[in-house]
Design a protein around this ligand. Structure first.
Ligand SMILES: Cc1cc2nc3c(=O)[nH]c(=O)nc-3n(C[C@H](O)[C@H](O)[C@H](O)COP(=O)(O)OP(=O)(O)OC[C@H]3O[C@@H](n4cnc5c(N)ncnc54)[C@H](O)[C@@H]3O)c2cc1C
Length: 408
């Protein structure tokens, strides 16, 4: 087990500085344009692929960093550049992690390369879980997967919504119900290969923020995928369902807690994205406060402004510490006894919303215009308290853990 440390190694610092350079030189200058266009920034993704940032190798290297700091460090730097573009770059990673976590070696080797494509022909992937009537309440999912034994095929039917890269992805990972009696334990994940008939994009959403990231409905109309597209394979699924049925008979508490642990481990990464956006807005506000003069002196000379900056910086550092702790715990298999993963996501996402609003205030009228980036950062920050579990759901998880209650 790696000791918890706040000191990055020389190698980690090198990676951080390299990512920061890409975020400053490539992502940030493109941010306003792609926000206005509300389109996937393919040229930027391609640029990231050329230098090796958009690749499974890079993602896996950070994911398996034993200190647990690889992913949060990478997320913070990329999202410091711009949240919409960064989500377009890391969105594929969310689907890839689904395959890495549940897939067989053969599935990992077959599908993950097709999710990324290559630098000359980049592709993206989508992870489709949410549905119109199943957002926070994942257990009410309706998309069905039925096994056609004669053909060794699964047939998927349903409507997914809010899917990042949904419909434009080369590979879709779809979560569907295989046993409605078991709630979320009766779900399984499937690969839908490129150009599979029956999968189509529904509505593409026009959003408040992260507008460079494509978000859309995905319609599944009698989508047939080979048996080999069930992540983990049929044998493993049957064994898991049998165990879940057995545990459900005994009360189901341990089943629910296992599901919670999985979400807890992925939440700090979203917290790190929020830290990146908050830090970006804070830096703009600090520089502005040092240079903007009113009443014959820089506005930072007023405590009313300087104290806001002090609070902003304090919250950002506190958020990063919670994120790093949770990420270290997840990587090193430490049990989340107080929902530390949820704590990190809750605090960091609320911090990003608050800090970006404070940044607008410090920039005055300029902060309210699209001439300065804090207006966009504020719009972008609103997503962090919604996706991957809303702030209310994080509080619910933390409170239930503290009360010793099972997660529902
Ligand atoms: C830009 C964007 C990208 C996304 N990307 C993906 C993706 O790639 N894949 C994917 O599967 N999903 C994705 N999502 C979906 C996202 O995870 C959901 O929006 C989120 O889980 C909330 O679900 P909901 O929108 O249905 O809200 P609801 O669950 O309907 O919640 C509405 C409100 O009620 C509150 N609420 C609900 N239940 C409770 C409760 N028990 N106690 C207190 N308050 C409660 C919520 O906190 C919220 O404030 C994305 C969403 C967005 C906006």
């Amino acid at each position: 087990m790696a000791e918890f440390t706040m000191e990055l190694s020389d190698e980690q610092k090198e990676v951080r500085d390299w990512l920061h350079g890409f975020a400053a030189d490539v992502i940030r200058p493109a941010a306003a344009e792609w926000d206005e266009r509300e389109e996937t920034p393919w040229p930027v993704i391609q640029e990231a692929a050329k230098v090796g940032i958009y690749s499974l190798d890079f993602y896996a290297q950070q994911y398996f960093d034993p200190t647990g700091l690889g992913i949060p460090m990478a997320m913070e730097e990329l999202f410091w550049g711009d949240a919409g573009i960064a989500l377009s770059i890391v969105g594929t990673g969310l689907a890839a992690v689904g395959v890495l976590a549940n897939g067989t070696e053969e599935q990992i080797g077959t599908w993950i390369p097709q999710m990324y494509g290559d630098a000359n022909d980049v592709k993206v992937a989508a992870f489709c879980s949410s549905e119109p009537d199943a957002g926070s309440d994942v257990a009410s999912m309706r998309t069905r997967a039925v096994y056609d034994e004669a053909k060794d095929e699964w047939v998927l039917n349903g409507t997914k919504t809010w899917a990042t890269n949904g419909g434009i992805a080369n590979v879709h990972v779809v979560v569907a119900v295989v046993d409605p009696e078991l709630g979320s334990k009766g779900h399984a994940s499937f690969i839908v290969p490129p150009n599979t008939p029956g999968l189509s994009q529904g509505q593409k959403f026009k959003k408040h923020g992260i507008r460079a990231s494509h978000t859309a409905e995905v319609i599944l109309d009698n989508v047939r995928v080979p048996g080999s597209c069930l992540l983990g394979g049929k044998e493993k699924l049957d064994a898991r369902l049998a165990r879940a049925r057995e545990k459900a008979k005994k009360g189901g508490e341990r089943v629910k807690n296992a599901a919670m642990a999985t979400f807890e481990a992925s939440r700090p990464a979203v917290g790190a994205m929020a830290v990146g956006t908050a830090r970006a807005a804070y830096e703009v506000a600090l520089e502005y406060a040092q240079t903007r003069e009113q009443f014959g002196r820089p506005i930072i000379d007023n405590q009313g402004v300087a104290f806001q900056l002090a609070d902003m910086r304090t919250s950002i550092d506190a958020a990063r510490l919670l994120v790093w702790r949770a990420s270290w715990m997840a990587t090193n298999g430490k049990p989340f006894t107080a929902a530390e993963g949820s704590m990190s996501k809750l605090f960091a996402s609320e911090t990003a919303k608050k800090v970006t609003a404070q940044a607008i205030q410090i920039l005055g009228g300029n902060g309210y215009t699209r001439e300065y980036p804090v207006e966009r950062m504020h719009r972008d920050s609103a997503i962090y308290t919604i996706f991957e579990g809303t702030s209310e759901i994080q509080r619910l998880v933390i409170a239930r853990t503290l009360a010793g209650m099972p997660i529902r």
